[in-house]
Structures are given as C-alpha cells and as structure tokens.
Design a protein around this ligand. Structure first.
Ligand code: MUC
Ligand code: MG
Length: 369
C-alpha cells in the first residue's frame, strides 16, 4: 500500500536573523515527509523544529533518522489498516517522537482527505472559518528596526498584531524595548511578548507587572517548562493573559495544566501536540476548561503551516488568533502556488487534502545532500 516514505532536510535562509531567548535563527531546516501509495496518492507532512536541539527534544536530524529507521519500515508492515488503526500501531510501537508522529500523521491525513475529495479540515471535524488571523513576530533584536518592520506590515495589510521575542536581556531592558514599540505603534495595536521560559518566578513578577501596566496584552511562557506551579501562581496573580507554550506537550499536559489553572491561554502547536488530531484534542480540553486558544507555530514552512491552519480552522473560538507566518520568514518559496496571505489573514485552500502543491525541483536544489 505504501510505495515509499521519503524524508528530507530542506535548508532555507531567513529574511533576517530571528533572535529568541533560546536561539538565533539565520536558516530554518525544514523536515519534510513524502508518502506515496501504490494507487497513486502522495501525502506530505512536516516536522520542523527551532534551533537544532535549542528549543525541543527532537532535532531535524533525529526526526529524519527516526522516521527512516523506525517509522518507515513499520508503516510498510501496516498495509490494510485504516488511518486510526495505523496511528494506534505507530503509537504502540514508538515512544515519544511527537514531531515525527505529527509529520507522518499529516501525510496520512493528506492522503485520506484526498481519497475522500475533501479539504483536510473537513475530516478533522469541519472548518468553521475560511481564513485565520496571523500576527507577526518582531525579533530583529533592535527596537528601531522592529518598529519600522511593524509599521511596514501594517501598511501592506499583512499583520496588525505583534509578538515580541524577549528574555535574552535583563528584565528592565526587555521591558524598555517592548514599551518603546508599544508606544510607537499606538494603543490600538495588540502587543504580546514571548519570554521563551527565560525568567525566574521573581523576574516574571517584576516583568509582567511592568508590561501589564504598559498595556501589553499577553505573556507567553515566562517560566521553565517544568515550573507549572510558577505558571499557576502568575496566572492567578495577574489580570494579563498568561499563555502556555513549551510546557504544553499534547493532550496529557493540556489536561494537567488545565486542572491546575496553570495558564489562561494555550498556544496549540501541532508538532508539540504530536499530531493534528492531538492538536484538536488540546483545543477541546481548552474549550472545556475555559482556556482561550492561540494557534502556534514551530516556524514551519508551508506544509506544517497549512496543516496547522486546517486544525485551527476547526476551533470554535480562536481568541488570540495565530502566528502562522513561518513561510513569510523564509527567503525561498517551495510551493508551486504560495500560501495566500491577505488582509491580515491566511486563507485556507478549498481543494482536497492539505490543498498545496510542492515544487519538487526547488526541493531538490534546497535539500541537504
Ligand atoms: C515560540 O516559542 O513561540 C513561534 C514564533 C516565533 O517567532 O518563534 C516560535 C516559537
Ligand atoms: Mg513561544
């Protein structure tokens, strides 16, 4: 049934250095998976991460090796099983590896949706919106450059909400940087910050108070992944939205965080969740726990980005929009028809499956040999 399961590492420079507390990115390494079936279907998936092993526990190289060595041979033995049975067998035989599982699941769902002649979101429960709002992340490391970049994005109607990457400088300096940008852009432009777990609880108390007073709208992952108690105390202490990102690793941790009132917003990431279905499950847990939703990214290229958009289009409420701008940070286009960004939103395709067509000649040129 599966003719081939191919993986590739595709290196694409970014349009500018992207500075985060965990890493500075100048190139993104996309991990793409292509599954071809005997009866002529081709499905694509993506398992991209950030900064090698700087962000998560899976690196591009480990994802590729594990898919080639373990997932692909196992998948070839599972011919005849339906999608759900296939995913169950993969989960039973392979521990962890959420990013790799997400890529394989995405490709299988792409194939399944094409077989049914439906956009992928329709087999995830159904699309509730045809486009999703997309913010832009300011991470040049320079306040003036960030202000100019934001003003240009507003002018060309690409983004009107901004997330700032902080956490690598002392708290006071970061606060000064954020509030200068907030002041320059005006009170109607929503500004959020992502600390990428850089603060201790005491630093967080100081920083969040100043940012809340300065009119910032949301604080993302201020403290460490394991420090759920600090996240709970900060969520209770402040009126400003506190969002869980790195500490949210799929439905089980979503349930734990929700039970402990450890966040007021969830950044749902399909790869962090371990798949598109699991991303939907995280969304459902949030809904039941009255936690607001935000559509996150691992700075994926167009495959992971549109897969995520299919998931987020099924959420009843997407109170904080999304950050599905990954492809716009890259200098090369790998789709035959680029994703459509217009009026501050990413438009969902209406064709079957993921609804994209890869430019395979381009991939051959960009992939690591
Ligand atoms: C993160 O932590 O949110 C998402 C956008 C961005 O610039 O970095 C990522 C990771
Ligand atoms: Mg984050």
């Amino acid at each position: 049934m599966y003719k081939s399961i191919e993986t590739m590492l595709v290196e694409i420079p970014t349009i500018r250095p992207h500075k985060m507390a965990v890493a500075t990115m100048q190139t993104q390494t996309l991990v793409l998976v292509k599954i071809s079936t005997d009866d002529g279907f081709v499905g694509w998936g993506e398992a991209t991460t950030i900064g090698g092993l700087g962000y998560g526990e899976e690196s591009p190289e480990s994802v590729k090796t594990n898919i080639d060595t373990y997932f692909a041979p196992l998948l070839k033995t599972l011919a005849g099983l339906n999608f759900a049975q296939t995913m169950r067998a993969l989960k039973k035989n392979i521990n962890g590896n959420r990013f790799a599982k997400c890529a394989i699941q995405t490709a299988l769902l792409d194939i399944q949706a094409q077989r049914l002649g439906l956009p992928l979101s329709e087999i995830l429960g159904g699309r509730l919106r045809d486009s999703v709002p997309v913010l832009w992340v300011l991470a040049s490391g320079n306040t003036e450059k960030d202000i100019a970049e934001a003003q240009k994005m507003i002018e060309i109607k690409r983004h009107n909400v901004f997330k700032l990457k902080i956490g690598s400088r002392p708290v006071e300096e970061d606060v000064e940087h954020v509030l200068a940008i907030k002041k320059a852009l005006g009170k109607d432009v929503s500004i959020r910050v992502d600390v990428n777990r850089a603060w201790s609880e005491l630093e967080a108390i100081k920083g969040i108070q100043l940012l809340q007073d300065g009119g910032v709208d949301l604080i993302e992952q201020p403290c460490g992944i394991e420090n759920l108690d600090a996240m709970r105390r900060l969520t209770r202490r402040f009126d400003i939205a506190i969002m869980a990102d790195e500490s949210l690793m799929g439905p089980n941790s979503a349930y734990q965080i929700a039970r402990n009132n450890g966040a007021s917003v969830f950044a749902v990431k399909v790869a962090q969740s371990g798949g598109l279905i699991e991303g939907c499950e995280v969304g459902k847990i949030a809904k039941l726990a009255n936690i607001d939703l935000y559509g996150g990214t691992m700075l994926e290229g167009p495959v992971g980005t549109i897969a995520s958009a299919h998931v987020f289009s099924t959420f009843e409420s997407l109170a904080y929009g999304t950050e599905l701008f990954g492809p716009l940070l890259l200098t090369e286009e790998i789709l035959k028809t680029p994703l459509q960004y217009q009026n501050f939103e990413l438009v969902l395709p209406t064709t079957a499956g993921l609804g994209i067509e890869l430019d395979e000649d381009k991939l051959d040129r960009l992939r690591r040999q």
